[in-house]
Write a protein that binds this ligand. Structure first.
Ligand SMILES: [Zn+2]
Length: 328
């Protein structure tokens, strides 16, 4: 186990699962891989979510304590991961954005579904996307900007990204920005004869599922209302609206005010943490293990793909690293 992991209590962050009606997608794992991961980490180290909150409140988390966390309220988590938790008698944290409950869909997840279902490979999608980006902002502009991309250092805190993953994110984040990116992706979806509504079908759990999870002892936490990709860059009053709306909607469903949250796409600033404190949120989770002065609102989390890479390296030290990048 990585030295950092042994030294600080942390969460393990899960996103996508496959099995049954859920097709494999980039970074997804099946139920057996989840069992293997939990065994590798050590089931005895894993603390149920409600117990974790108790220990966090009494400042008695031990360095080896680990909890399991599920972001984005995905239906594949409920269908594939929840039964594994039931088998092991564990509960987890579920960080739930709420706009999809009102038919307003997080583009992040819809776009992922588009890439996974309309292209033979991720590389094919990246290539089609770059062509559209070049059409939209000019070939030379994209080429000039890409000259500044240092593949070795860009997003280095996410070691599981491949060079192609980094190039795509650089074009999306540094060249296009959210508005142009959204327009290009929506146009591409139309070009493929698809729609946001069709791609969004069955991606997320509903209010009843959220209530059932809470009733079964799982802990439901905030993840913003609309899941912006860079919430930390929004004005503080907009950030407050995101978290307050999210908190009110979740409270209406589970009957009590959430006390914990996870930062969507790991995006936050000091202003975000102030907003969360104002809303009475005492505990939060980051989306990586980058060293820092972790406050109670910044508990580190290890992406499940890093642990699986570590397990694969133990099994066959000479095999090439597989791309296990998540969708972020
Ligand atoms: Zn998220």
């Amino acid at each position: 186990m990585d030295g950092r992991l042994a030294m600080h209590p942390h969460g393990i962050m899960f996103h996508h699962f496959h099995g049954g009606a859920h097709a494999p997608s980039q970074g997804s794992i099946d139920a057996q891989a989840m069992r293997d991961l939990i065994q590798h980490v050590g089931v005895e180290r894993i603390i149920s979510a409600d117990e974790w909150l108790c220990r966090a409140e009494s400042d008695s988390l031990e360095p080896q304590d680990v909890c399991l966390t599920f972001d984005d309220a995905l239906r594949c988590q409920l269908d594939i991961a929840k039964p594994v938790l039931d088998e092991l008698g564990l509960t987890g944290f579920w960080f739930v954005h709420t706009s999809m409950l009102e038919g307003e869909y997080s583009r992040l997840e819809v776009y992922r579904q588009f890439r996974e279902t309309c292209f033979d490979s991720l590389i094919q999608f990246y290539s089609a996307f770059e062509e559209q980006a070049r059409n939209a902002v000019g070939c030379q502009t994209v080429s000039n900007a890409l000259d500044r991309l240092d593949i070795g250092t860009y997003l280095a805190e996410y070691p599981f990204y491949t060079p192609a993953d980094r190039r795509f994110r650089f074009i999306r984040n540094q060249i296009l920005g959210e508005e142009r990116y959204t327009r290009i992706m929506d146009d591409m979806i139309g070009m493929f004869g698809q729609s946001i509504e069709a791609l969004a079908r069955d991606l997320w759990i509903n209010a009843e599922d959220i209530r059932n999870l809470s009733d079964a002892g799982h802990v439901i936490g905030l993840h913003s209302h609309t899941h912006p990709v860079a919430i930390g860059e929004l004005p503080p009053d907009r950030q407050k609206w995101e978290y307050k709306t999210n908190a009110q909607k979740l409270e209406n469903i589970i009957g009590s005010a959430p006390r914990v949250m996870a930062h969507p796409c790991n995006s936050y600033t000091h202003a975000t943490l102030d907003v969360l404190r104002e809303l009475g949120i005492a505990f939060g989770f980051r989306a990586n293990m980058v060293e820092g002065n972790w406050s109670p609102l910044e508990c580190p989390r290890e992406d499940h793909s890093n642990i699986i890479r570590e397990m694969q390296a133990c099994e066959s030290p000479s095999s090439p690293a597989t791309s296990l990048a998540t969708s972020r």
